[in-house]
Design a protein around this ligand. Sequence first.
Ligand SMILES: Cc1cc2nc3c(=O)[nH]c(=O)nc-3n(C[C@H](O)[C@H](O)[C@H](O)COP(=O)(O)OP(=O)(O)OC[C@H]3O[C@@H](n4cnc5c(N)ncnc54)[C@H](O)[C@@H]3O)c2cc1C
Length: 506
Amino acid sequence: MRRVAVVGGGPGGLYAARLLRLADPHAEVTVHEQGLPETTFGFGVALGARTQRNLEDADRDSLRDILAASHPHDMSMRVGDDVARVPGGRLVAIARTELLAVLTRHAEKAGVDLRYGERVDARDLDADVVVVADGVNSATRTALAPELGERVEVGRGLYLWAGTGFALDEAVFAPARTPHGTFVAHAYPYAPDRSTFLVEVDQDTWRRAGFDATTVATAPEDSDEEALGYLTDAFAGHLGGHRLIGNRTRWLRFRTVTCDRWSHGRLVLLGDAAHTAHYSVGSGTKLAMEDAIALCAALTAEDDRDRAFARYQAERKPAVTRMQQIARRSQWWWDSFPARTHLPVDQLTVAYMTRAGNVSLERFAASSPEVTRRGLAQYADVAPQEVDLAAPVPWTVARPHRDLPGRLVDRTSFAEGALVEVDAVPDDPWGPAADALVRRVSRDGRTAWVTGAVDRAGLLTRLDVAERLRLRGQRVVTEGPPELLPDLAAGLAAGRTDLIALGGNP
Ligand SMILES: Cc1cc2nc3c(=O)[nH]c(=O)nc-3n(C[C@H](O)[C@H](O)[C@H](O)COP(=O)(O)OP(=O)(O)OC[C@H]3O[C@@H](n4cnc5c(N)ncnc54)[C@H](O)[C@@H]3O)c2cc1C
């Protein structure tokens, strides 16, 4: 593997190129990037504590420079005048342009040959290994779709990636109600004078606001100025007199990319070219750079190219798939966010943190005790000092509900005929089959007993459907296996289910 060609000078391609040269200073490594260095676009990207540890292990020097150009931030959920704050820990954000500048410098220092302004076809490149890091719109992946087993799933909602010319004090999640419907901001500072300001919206609201027309009328190299003006007004309370700034900003639908195989012959994919995960888990850059680490390790460990590619995929794919599953649940939660803004803000923050099954009540209680305490107090309608933060799961489960002494019930807790059984929950809890189920069951009006398979994915999906029923005013019991009691308790605290039961179909 003497000659390596890299297609794409994004974070994944540049980092892979540097690591490959560091691992083998005799290798010829060339990066082909279609853009020019100063024409890259985008706002900030976030890097969490675990990613930073991985980058430190792989290459301490570049991480030092990345951190020097980064901006730490805490997080806040804001609904109207109510705010819940969560410490960000080691979470930082960096301008995409800065990140690329640091990675370019380090790639050059390692002896990588960087060629800008060259759009190339990966299949034409003369090299032993071609690293395909050409991003979410990868022409290579499209050309080899059947060989790679490509699937692309298009999101139901729309998002727009904008920025501001000032640094927010902290990351902000906030809805804005307009006559057309609710828009939701995910915003965070990434430089002393800049913030990313991403806005998302459901399709019906987007249409009512006339954005189907403005999207069509916006040329690819322009920004949707009408949308930016509208959203500047809608989010004025968060912008302190500043305007939203565009940078080829337009409404898009998120595309989740998966591939069964990440390599074909000499070609090996990494980053967004191989897979994407919804922006609400802030992991696209992380995954691309961690792919680069794993690919370099595999190419170093194996003499044979095919074995190296197989090792890389075997090593990385489980972690990427897990992140995509978390991202999918997070995407569903944000798509339906406006339906939850009636929740008190601390309870809403507990719901946010536990939305994808990645953070347990215990973990959140340990990292953010005050928000968890207030959120659980709001759930149980008691004073915050009554919450037992040392044992949030049993405490949550033991809270009374109407005439019942606790939230854990069995069928004998109900009179004969008082329950309607829901036992065939579709895999997509917000898709058309689930819509029909929710309509049918909520017409029935009796307490819904939502049961199904005992696996964790099945339970998390049931909690989504339970929440939908609850949002229509129905009382819901969600059934799950005893070992998943922490998930059931998080479902209670997040307002997804009124009651829980132990059991399910093996
Ligand atoms: C709205 C939004 C918010 C996001 N927020 C975050 C966040 O908070 N944190 C985070 O970690 N990630 C975030 N991301 C994701 C992140 O931007 C990407 O996941 C990340 O940049 C992927 O890196 P990559 O190297 O795989 O691809 P890219 O960064 O897309 O780079 C691909 C490069 O390949 C070049 N290229 C393409 N085709 C060719 C060709 N044929 N020849 C030569 N060059 C070519 C392109 O010009 C580009 O420079 C967000 C993404 C979106 C859409």
